[in-house]
Design a protein around this ligand. Sequence first.
Ligand SMILES: *Cc1c(COP(=O)(O)O)cnc(C)c1O
Length: 364
Amino acid sequence: MTTSGQRLISLASDTETRPTQSMREAIARAEVGDEQRGEDPTVNRLQERVAQLLGKEAALWLPGGTMCNIVAVKVHTRPADAIVADGMSHVIRAETGGAAFISGVMVEPIDTPRGIFTPEQLARALDRLKTAPELYAPQARLVCVEQTHNFGGGAVWSLAELGAVSKLARDKGLALHMDGARLMNACVASGVPASSFGALVDSVWIDFTKGLGAPIGAVLAGSRGFIADARRTKHVMGGAMRQAGIAAAGCLYALDHHVERLAQDHANAQRLAHALTQIAGITVRTPKPESNIVFFDASPTGVSNAAFLEALSARGIRMVQVRGEIRAVTHLDVSEKDVEAAIRAIEDVAATSRTSGRTAGARS
Ligand SMILES: *Cc1c(COP(=O)(O)O)cnc(C)c1O
Protein backbone atom coordinates (compact mmCIF):
# COMPACT_ATOMS: atom_id res chain seq x y z
CA MET A 1 0.00 0.00 0.00
CA THR A 2 1.09 3.58 -0.63
CA THR A 3 0.58 6.37 1.90
CA SER A 4 -2.61 7.40 0.10
CA GLY A 5 -3.94 3.84 0.59
CA GLN A 6 -3.80 2.78 -3.06
CA ARG A 7 -2.26 -0.62 -3.83
CA LEU A 8 1.39 -0.30 -4.80
CA ILE A 9 2.34 -1.97 -8.08
CA SER A 10 6.03 -2.72 -7.79
CA LEU A 11 8.10 -3.47 -10.85
CA ALA A 12 11.30 -2.62 -8.97
CA SER A 13 12.45 -6.24 -8.93
CA ASP A 14 11.18 -9.80 -9.22
CA THR A 15 12.51 -10.27 -5.68
CA GLU A 16 9.37 -8.42 -4.51
CA THR A 17 7.13 -11.47 -4.87
CA ARG A 18 5.35 -12.59 -1.69
CA PRO A 19 4.67 -16.28 -1.05
CA THR A 20 1.17 -17.21 -2.21
CA GLN A 21 -1.36 -18.80 0.14
CA SER A 22 -0.74 -22.25 -1.40
CA MET A 23 3.02 -21.82 -1.07
CA ARG A 24 2.56 -20.85 2.58
CA GLU A 25 0.50 -24.01 3.10
CA ALA A 26 3.28 -26.14 1.56
CA ILE A 27 5.75 -24.37 3.86
CA ALA A 28 3.54 -25.06 6.89
CA ARG A 29 3.45 -28.79 6.06
CA ALA A 30 7.25 -29.11 5.53
CA GLU A 31 9.05 -32.05 7.09
CA VAL A 32 12.24 -30.74 8.69
CA GLY A 33 15.52 -31.87 10.25
CA ASP A 34 19.04 -30.55 10.87
CA GLU A 35 20.23 -29.12 7.57
CA GLN A 36 23.78 -28.62 8.83
CA ARG A 37 24.09 -32.37 9.42
CA GLY A 38 22.49 -33.17 6.05
CA GLU A 39 19.35 -34.43 7.84
CA ASP A 40 16.67 -32.07 6.60
CA PRO A 41 14.52 -34.26 4.30
CA THR A 42 12.96 -31.30 2.47
CA VAL A 43 16.33 -29.64 1.80
CA ASN A 44 17.69 -33.00 0.64
CA ARG A 45 14.76 -33.50 -1.73
CA LEU A 46 15.25 -29.99 -3.14
CA GLN A 47 19.00 -30.54 -3.65
CA GLU A 48 18.35 -33.83 -5.50
CA ARG A 49 15.65 -32.23 -7.59
CA VAL A 50 17.84 -29.27 -8.61
CA ALA A 51 20.85 -31.51 -9.35
CA GLN A 52 18.64 -33.52 -11.71
CA LEU A 53 17.03 -30.41 -13.23
CA LEU A 54 20.44 -28.90 -14.01
CA GLY A 55 22.00 -32.20 -15.08
CA LYS A 56 24.63 -32.22 -12.32
CA GLU A 57 25.84 -34.90 -9.89
CA ALA A 58 25.10 -32.95 -6.73
CA ALA A 59 23.64 -29.69 -5.41
CA LEU A 60 23.86 -27.53 -2.30
CA TRP A 61 21.23 -25.45 -0.53
CA LEU A 62 22.43 -21.90 0.21
CA PRO A 63 20.80 -18.84 1.78
CA GLY A 64 20.78 -16.83 -1.46
CA GLY A 65 22.19 -16.25 -4.90
CA THR A 66 25.02 -13.93 -3.91
CA MET A 67 26.41 -16.69 -1.70
CA CYS A 68 26.18 -19.17 -4.60
CA ASN A 69 28.45 -16.92 -6.67
CA ILE A 70 30.80 -16.19 -3.78
CA VAL A 71 31.13 -19.86 -2.81
CA ALA A 72 31.60 -20.97 -6.43
CA VAL A 73 34.33 -18.38 -7.09
CA LYS A 74 36.06 -19.46 -3.87
CA VAL A 75 36.02 -23.15 -4.78
CA HIS A 76 37.14 -22.62 -8.39
CA THR A 77 40.05 -20.25 -7.65
CA ARG A 78 43.10 -19.54 -5.50
CA PRO A 79 44.11 -16.05 -4.29
CA ALA A 80 45.63 -13.86 -7.05
CA ASP A 81 43.96 -15.90 -9.82
CA ALA A 82 41.90 -14.01 -12.39
CA ILE A 83 38.23 -14.48 -13.20
CA VAL A 84 36.74 -13.31 -16.49
CA ALA A 85 33.18 -12.02 -16.67
CA ASP A 86 31.32 -9.39 -18.63
CA GLY A 87 31.72 -5.95 -17.11
CA MET A 88 28.06 -5.57 -16.10
CA SER A 89 27.83 -8.93 -14.37
CA HIS A 90 26.37 -9.34 -10.90
CA VAL A 91 29.64 -10.99 -9.77
CA ILE A 92 31.56 -7.81 -10.59
CA ARG A 93 28.99 -5.03 -10.05
CA ALA A 94 26.59 -6.13 -7.37
CA GLU A 95 28.27 -8.30 -4.73
CA THR A 96 30.06 -5.69 -2.61
CA GLY A 97 33.40 -6.80 -4.04
CA GLY A 98 32.84 -10.30 -2.64
CA ALA A 99 35.09 -12.02 -5.19
CA ALA A 100 38.00 -9.88 -3.96
CA PHE A 101 36.98 -9.94 -0.30
CA ILE A 102 36.48 -13.70 0.03
CA SER A 103 38.61 -15.16 -2.77
CA GLY A 104 41.29 -12.49 -3.34
CA VAL A 105 40.90 -12.76 -7.11
CA MET A 106 41.58 -10.30 -9.91
CA VAL A 107 38.70 -9.45 -12.22
CA GLU A 108 39.11 -9.21 -16.01
CA PRO A 109 35.93 -7.63 -17.39
CA ILE A 110 34.69 -8.02 -20.97
CA ASP A 111 32.81 -5.05 -22.43
CA THR A 112 29.48 -6.18 -23.94
CA PRO A 113 26.26 -4.41 -24.98
CA ARG A 114 23.87 -6.96 -23.38
CA GLY A 115 26.01 -9.17 -21.16
CA ILE A 116 26.60 -11.89 -23.76
CA PHE A 117 30.17 -12.29 -25.03
CA THR A 118 31.69 -14.21 -27.92
CA PRO A 119 34.61 -16.68 -27.86
CA GLU A 120 36.63 -14.02 -29.73
CA GLN A 121 36.01 -11.52 -26.91
CA LEU A 122 36.89 -14.17 -24.34
CA ALA A 123 40.08 -15.00 -26.25
CA ARG A 124 41.11 -11.32 -26.23
CA ALA A 125 40.54 -11.15 -22.44
CA LEU A 126 42.59 -14.34 -21.98
CA ASP A 127 45.44 -12.79 -24.01
CA ARG A 128 45.88 -10.36 -21.11
CA LEU A 129 46.20 -13.23 -18.61
CA LYS A 130 48.35 -16.28 -18.00
CA THR A 131 46.92 -19.41 -19.63
CA ALA A 132 50.31 -20.95 -20.49
CA PRO A 133 53.74 -20.86 -18.75
CA GLU A 134 54.43 -17.20 -18.00
CA LEU A 135 55.66 -15.36 -14.91
CA TYR A 136 53.99 -11.96 -14.74
CA ALA A 137 50.30 -12.09 -15.64
CA PRO A 138 47.66 -13.30 -13.18
CA GLN A 139 46.55 -16.90 -13.75
CA ALA A 140 43.19 -17.14 -15.56
CA ARG A 141 41.14 -19.74 -13.72
CA LEU A 142 37.44 -19.11 -14.11
CA VAL A 143 34.97 -17.70 -16.64
CA CYS A 144 31.55 -16.52 -15.38
CA VAL A 145 28.39 -16.13 -17.44
CA GLU A 146 25.02 -14.77 -16.33
CA GLN A 147 21.77 -16.37 -17.53
CA THR A 148 19.58 -14.35 -18.05
CA HIS A 149 21.62 -11.18 -17.88
CA ASN A 150 20.19 -8.74 -15.36
CA PHE A 151 21.84 -5.41 -16.28
CA GLY A 152 21.94 -6.62 -19.90
CA GLY A 153 18.12 -6.32 -19.92
CA GLY A 154 17.21 -9.96 -19.32
CA ALA A 155 19.26 -11.14 -22.31
CA VAL A 156 19.32 -14.90 -22.87
CA TRP A 157 22.46 -16.86 -23.79
CA SER A 158 21.52 -19.21 -26.63
CA LEU A 159 22.83 -22.75 -26.50
CA ALA A 160 25.11 -21.98 -29.47
CA GLU A 161 26.55 -18.83 -27.85
CA LEU A 162 27.19 -20.64 -24.59
CA GLY A 163 28.55 -23.71 -26.36
CA ALA A 164 31.18 -21.66 -28.19
CA VAL A 165 32.36 -19.98 -24.99
CA SER A 166 32.30 -23.30 -23.13
CA LYS A 167 34.48 -24.96 -25.77
CA LEU A 168 37.13 -22.24 -25.54
CA ALA A 169 37.09 -22.28 -21.72
CA ARG A 170 37.57 -26.07 -21.76
CA ASP A 171 40.33 -25.90 -24.39
CA LYS A 172 42.16 -23.44 -22.12
CA GLY A 173 41.63 -25.56 -19.00
CA LEU A 174 39.40 -22.95 -17.33
CA ALA A 175 36.35 -23.58 -15.18
CA LEU A 176 33.04 -22.12 -16.38
CA HIS A 177 30.46 -20.92 -13.86
CA MET A 178 26.88 -19.88 -14.64
CA ASP A 179 25.08 -17.35 -12.46
CA GLY A 180 21.62 -18.74 -13.18
CA ALA A 181 19.64 -16.40 -10.93
CA ARG A 182 17.05 -16.35 -13.75
CA LEU A 183 18.03 -19.54 -15.58
CA MET A 184 14.43 -20.77 -15.52
CA ASN A 185 13.35 -17.57 -17.28
CA ALA A 186 15.93 -18.38 -19.97
CA CYS A 187 14.59 -21.94 -20.29
CA VAL A 188 10.99 -20.77 -20.63
CA ALA A 189 11.99 -18.01 -23.08
CA SER A 190 14.14 -20.28 -25.28
CA GLY A 191 12.50 -23.69 -24.86
CA VAL A 192 15.93 -25.14 -23.98
CA PRO A 193 15.97 -27.49 -20.95
CA ALA A 194 18.04 -26.32 -17.98
CA SER A 195 20.18 -29.48 -18.17
CA SER A 196 21.33 -28.55 -21.70
CA PHE A 197 22.72 -25.26 -20.40
CA GLY A 198 24.02 -27.10 -17.33
CA ALA A 199 25.97 -29.58 -19.46
CA LEU A 200 28.09 -26.73 -20.86
CA VAL A 201 29.26 -25.35 -17.49
CA ASP A 202 31.07 -26.71 -14.41
CA SER A 203 28.86 -25.04 -11.84
CA VAL A 204 25.43 -23.43 -12.03
CA TRP A 205 22.77 -22.24 -9.62
CA ILE A 206 19.19 -21.06 -9.60
CA ASP A 207 17.60 -18.47 -7.36
CA PHE A 208 14.21 -19.19 -5.83
CA THR A 209 13.57 -15.62 -4.71
CA LYS A 210 13.38 -14.00 -8.15
CA GLY A 211 10.65 -14.95 -10.62
CA LEU A 212 10.07 -18.30 -8.93
CA GLY A 213 8.45 -16.43 -6.07
CA ALA A 214 9.78 -18.22 -2.96
CA PRO A 215 10.85 -16.18 0.09
CA ILE A 216 14.31 -17.69 0.77
CA GLY A 217 16.91 -19.84 -0.92
CA ALA A 218 19.13 -20.66 -3.87
CA VAL A 219 20.71 -23.97 -4.91
CA LEU A 220 24.20 -24.40 -6.42
CA ALA A 221 24.99 -27.50 -8.50
CA GLY A 222 28.11 -29.18 -9.85
CA SER A 223 30.21 -32.33 -9.61
CA ARG A 224 30.27 -34.31 -6.35
CA GLY A 225 33.79 -33.05 -5.60
CA PHE A 226 32.86 -29.42 -6.31
CA ILE A 227 29.80 -29.63 -4.06
CA ALA A 228 31.80 -31.26 -1.23
CA ASP A 229 34.21 -28.28 -1.34
CA ALA A 230 31.30 -25.85 -1.63
CA ARG A 231 29.72 -27.35 1.50
CA ARG A 232 32.89 -26.69 3.53
CA THR A 233 33.06 -23.12 2.17
CA LYS A 234 29.39 -22.55 3.02
CA HIS A 235 30.05 -23.82 6.54
CA VAL A 236 33.08 -21.61 7.16
CA MET A 237 31.03 -18.60 6.01
CA GLY A 238 28.31 -19.40 8.56
CA GLY A 239 25.83 -20.41 5.86
CA ALA A 240 24.87 -23.79 7.34
CA MET A 241 21.37 -23.87 8.79
CA ARG A 242 19.18 -26.06 10.98
CA GLN A 243 15.48 -26.68 10.12
CA ALA A 244 15.80 -25.04 6.70
CA GLY A 245 13.14 -27.33 5.20
CA ILE A 246 10.68 -24.59 6.15
CA ALA A 247 12.23 -22.47 3.41
CA ALA A 248 13.09 -25.29 1.01
CA ALA A 249 9.43 -26.37 0.90
CA GLY A 250 8.62 -23.03 -0.71
CA CYS A 251 11.28 -23.72 -3.36
CA LEU A 252 9.90 -27.19 -4.16
CA TYR A 253 6.46 -25.63 -4.45
CA ALA A 254 7.89 -23.02 -6.84
CA LEU A 255 9.41 -25.71 -9.08
CA ASP A 256 6.01 -27.41 -9.32
CA HIS A 257 3.87 -24.32 -9.85
CA HIS A 258 5.85 -21.24 -10.83
CA VAL A 259 8.08 -22.21 -13.76
CA GLU A 260 5.73 -22.38 -16.76
CA ARG A 261 3.95 -19.22 -15.69
CA LEU A 262 7.18 -17.23 -16.28
CA ALA A 263 5.93 -17.04 -19.90
CA GLN A 264 3.25 -14.65 -18.64
CA ASP A 265 5.91 -12.38 -17.10
CA HIS A 266 7.74 -12.35 -20.43
CA ALA A 267 4.52 -11.46 -22.30
CA ASN A 268 3.89 -8.67 -19.78
CA ALA A 269 7.42 -7.31 -20.26
CA GLN A 270 6.94 -7.30 -24.03
CA ARG A 271 3.59 -5.54 -23.68
CA LEU A 272 5.18 -2.90 -21.42
CA ALA A 273 8.20 -2.36 -23.68
CA HIS A 274 6.03 -2.09 -26.79
CA ALA A 275 3.74 0.46 -25.11
CA LEU A 276 6.78 2.50 -24.02
CA THR A 277 7.98 2.73 -27.64
CA GLN A 278 4.71 4.59 -28.40
CA ILE A 279 5.29 7.32 -25.77
CA ALA A 280 7.07 10.52 -26.85
CA GLY A 281 10.23 11.19 -24.84
CA ILE A 282 10.78 7.58 -23.74
CA THR A 283 13.68 5.59 -25.17
CA VAL A 284 13.38 1.83 -24.66
CA ARG A 285 16.68 -0.04 -24.66
CA THR A 286 15.14 -3.30 -25.93
CA PRO A 287 11.75 -2.81 -27.61
CA LYS A 288 11.24 -6.61 -27.61
CA PRO A 289 12.70 -7.86 -24.31
CA GLU A 290 13.84 -11.49 -24.27
CA SER A 291 12.54 -12.23 -20.77
CA ASN A 292 11.15 -10.20 -17.84
CA ILE A 293 13.36 -7.08 -17.65
CA VAL A 294 12.73 -3.74 -19.39
CA PHE A 295 15.17 -0.82 -19.33
CA PHE A 296 14.21 2.65 -20.52
CA ASP A 297 15.29 6.27 -20.36
CA ALA A 298 12.62 8.87 -19.61
CA SER A 299 14.96 11.87 -19.50
CA PRO A 300 14.16 12.96 -23.10
CA THR A 301 10.71 13.89 -21.71
CA GLY A 302 12.46 16.83 -20.03
CA VAL A 303 12.85 15.61 -16.43
CA SER A 304 15.51 13.41 -14.87
CA ASN A 305 14.89 9.68 -14.46
CA ALA A 306 14.95 10.21 -10.67
CA ALA A 307 12.19 12.84 -10.88
CA PHE A 308 10.25 10.62 -13.30
CA LEU A 309 10.41 7.73 -10.82
CA GLU A 310 9.22 9.97 -8.01
CA ALA A 311 6.21 11.05 -10.04
CA LEU A 312 5.45 7.41 -10.89
CA SER A 313 5.72 6.46 -7.24
CA ALA A 314 3.15 9.13 -6.33
CA ARG A 315 0.82 7.29 -8.75
CA GLY A 316 1.41 3.95 -6.98
CA ILE A 317 3.93 2.54 -9.47
CA ARG A 318 7.40 1.61 -8.27
CA MET A 319 10.39 1.10 -10.56
CA VAL A 320 14.09 1.72 -9.86
CA GLN A 321 17.03 3.42 -11.43
CA VAL A 322 19.82 1.01 -12.37
CA ARG A 323 23.04 2.35 -13.84
CA GLY A 324 21.37 5.56 -15.04
CA GLU A 325 18.30 4.01 -16.68
CA ILE A 326 14.90 3.03 -15.31
CA ARG A 327 14.40 -0.71 -14.83
CA ALA A 328 11.04 -2.46 -14.70
CA VAL A 329 10.86 -6.17 -13.89
CA THR A 330 7.70 -8.23 -14.33
CA HIS A 331 6.87 -11.05 -11.92
CA LEU A 332 4.26 -13.16 -10.15
CA ASP A 333 2.75 -10.24 -8.24
CA VAL A 334 2.29 -8.05 -11.33
CA SER A 335 -0.80 -8.96 -13.37
CA GLU A 336 -1.64 -7.99 -16.95
CA LYS A 337 -4.00 -5.38 -15.50
CA ASP A 338 -1.19 -4.01 -13.32
CA VAL A 339 0.98 -3.62 -16.42
CA GLU A 340 -1.81 -1.68 -18.14
CA ALA A 341 -2.07 0.55 -15.05
CA ALA A 342 1.70 1.10 -15.11
CA ILE A 343 1.55 2.04 -18.80
CA ARG A 344 -1.23 4.59 -18.14
CA ALA A 345 0.79 6.10 -15.28
CA ILE A 346 3.91 6.36 -17.44
CA GLU A 347 1.90 8.03 -20.25
CA ASP A 348 0.53 10.47 -17.73
CA VAL A 349 3.90 11.30 -16.14
CA ALA A 350 5.55 11.59 -19.56
CA ALA A 351 2.89 14.06 -20.76
CA THR A 352 3.28 16.15 -17.59
CA SER A 353 7.08 16.03 -17.87
CA ARG A 354 7.03 17.15 -21.50
CA THR A 355 4.83 20.11 -20.57
CA SER A 356 6.83 21.12 -17.48
CA GLY A 357 10.10 20.58 -19.35
CA ARG A 358 8.86 22.98 -22.06
CA THR A 359 7.72 25.50 -19.47
CA ALA A 360 11.04 25.33 -17.66
CA GLY A 361 12.80 25.67 -21.03
CA ALA A 362 10.68 28.74 -21.91
CA ARG A 363 11.51 30.39 -18.57
CA SER A 364 15.25 29.87 -18.77
C1 LIG B 1 19.67 -11.30 -7.73
C2 LIG B 1 20.86 -11.76 -8.43
C3 LIG B 1 21.90 -12.38 -7.75
C4 LIG B 1 21.93 -12.49 -6.24
O1 LIG B 1 20.91 -13.25 -5.72
P1 LIG B 1 20.37 -12.99 -4.21
O2 LIG B 1 19.50 -14.17 -3.99
O3 LIG B 1 19.63 -11.69 -4.26
O4 LIG B 1 21.55 -12.95 -3.32
C5 LIG B 1 22.97 -12.84 -8.48
N1 LIG B 1 23.01 -12.71 -9.81
C6 LIG B 1 22.02 -12.13 -10.51
C7 LIG B 1 22.12 -12.04 -11.99
C8 LIG B 1 20.92 -11.61 -9.84
O5 LIG B 1 19.97 -10.99 -10.54
